[in-house]
Design a protein around this ligand. Structure first.
Ligand code: B12
Length: 216
């Protein structure tokens, strides 16, 4: 069985004890970290999502698959983050919004942003609007990412942007929204500055919006 299939199967089967060796073996074969994510880990997680949707998998199975995926990402992180001497292009603060505990997508966006030279502040999952306000006021990031994976928690992205407005900090930051149910239309509706469908586009979008921002 080729290595990508083995990695994908390990995610599907939730073999978090084996994933470290499999990822290492792919790297030893000269395969890049991005390719391991794209061709192995993500494909496995897509299949987990299908099984969950169709009632073949339940929460316990999905949780071990998520643990396997996060274990693999932590091994790949130093490779994606790479050269820490790279110039700091800005500070990026990210969290998964209130009511939502999905963190894999958020972690992937964080890693890619860090790899692109951003200083990343990850404030975790199930983050209330007032906590975003507090962290943004204290840490003064340039870009803020709001992740939501549930159609029921997309509304928390809207509430977070409203809380930022009320606190008078909305215009100090660029707000990016993302997560599987989110699209450009939703981003426009709630007054976000941008949307990205995946982690690499998130990096491009953040850089593009930063360049367009008037210099203070
Ligand atoms: C893993 C998982 C879980 C795990 C999460 C563990 C963890 N540590 O994250 C657990 C088991 C906890 C879980 C729980 C639930 N889940 Co769930 N889960 C998933 C699953 C299978 C995979 C999600 C994932 O990690 N994908 C892989 C990552 C890499 O993709 P991603 O998150 O989309 O992120 C990418 C982009 O969206 C984007 N992105 C993400 N965030 C951001 C942020 C910014 C700023 C930007 C720019 C981009 C960006 O970039 C990322 C990388 O490319 C999905 C199915 C699916 N295929 O999506 C269901 C899914 C999201 N879950 C679902 C549901 C219903 C639930 C539960 C309500 C189930 C229940 N009955 O209790 C609970 C809710 C818990 C809660 N309150 O949050 C539904 C949501 C349906 C909907 N539209 O609302 C889905 C779609 C499954 C389904 N088809 O039914 N889940």
């Amino acid at each position: 069985m080729e290595i990508f299939e083995q990695i994908s199967n390990a995610v599907i089967e939730g073999e978090f004890g084996e994933i470290t060796d499999l990822v290492q073996s792919a790297l030893d074969q000269g395969i890049g970290a991005n390719e391991v994510i794209r061709e192995g880990l993500s494909k496995g997680m897509t299949e987990v999502g299908r099984r969950f949707r169709e009632g073949e998998y339940f929460m316990p199975e999905v949780l071990v698959s998520a643990k396997t995926m996060n274990t693999a990402l932590s091994i790949l992180k130093p490779l994606l983050v790479g050269d820490t001497t790279q110039e700091n292009v800005g500070t990026f603060l990210i969290g998964t919004v209130k009511g939502d505990v999905h963190d894999i997508g958020k972690n992937m966006v964080s890693m890619m942003m860090e790899g692109a030279g951003f200083r990343v502040i990850d404030i975790g999952v199930d983050v209330k609007p007032e906590v975003f306000v507090k962290e943004i006021t204290e840490k003064q990031p340039d870009v803020v990412g709001l992740s939501a994976l549930l159609s029921t928690t997309m509304i928390s992205q809207k509430e977070t942007i409203e809380a930022l407005k009320e606190a008078g900090v909305r215009d100090r930051v660029i707000v990016l929204v993302g997560g599987a149910p989110v699209d450009q239309n939703w981003a426009n509706t709630i007054g976000a500055d941008g949307y990205a469908p995946n982690a690499s586009v998130a990096v491009e979008k953040a850089k593009e919006l930063l360049q367009r921002r008037p210099h203070s």
